[in-house]
Design a protein around this ligand. Structure first.
Ligand SMILES: [Zn+2]
Length: 86
């Protein structure tokens, strides 16, 4: 076990968040990329995680809608709702 640069699936899992966030140093990033390209299992894990993160980012951008904008939106929706009732 003298191969320090021998990336295993375990290493991929441990560094997955940093890898996705682009927080790894270039050498490790390149090694993980190489492993993912040769390992279908890790490729599936990475792709799944990337999709999940994209969904989270979308949800996050909705949540970070300025409060004022949200109030206006809700006010407008409420008014339209009352209009329909009357
Ligand atoms: Zn793997």
């Amino acid at each position: 076990m003298t191969h320090e640069h021998d990336i295993t699936c375990q290493n991929i899992i441990e560094n997955l968040n940093a890898y996705i966030d682009g927080e790894l140093d270039k050498a490790l990033y390149a090694e993980i990329e190489a492993h993912i390209q040769s390992c279908p299992d890790c490729r599936i894990v990475v792709n799944t995680l990337k999709k999940t993160i994209e969904l989270c980012k979308n949800a996050d951008s909705e949540a970070s809608l300025p409060v004022e904008t949200r109030h206006r939106l809700f006010a407008k929706l409420n008014l339209e709702d009352y209009d329909k009732k009357d």
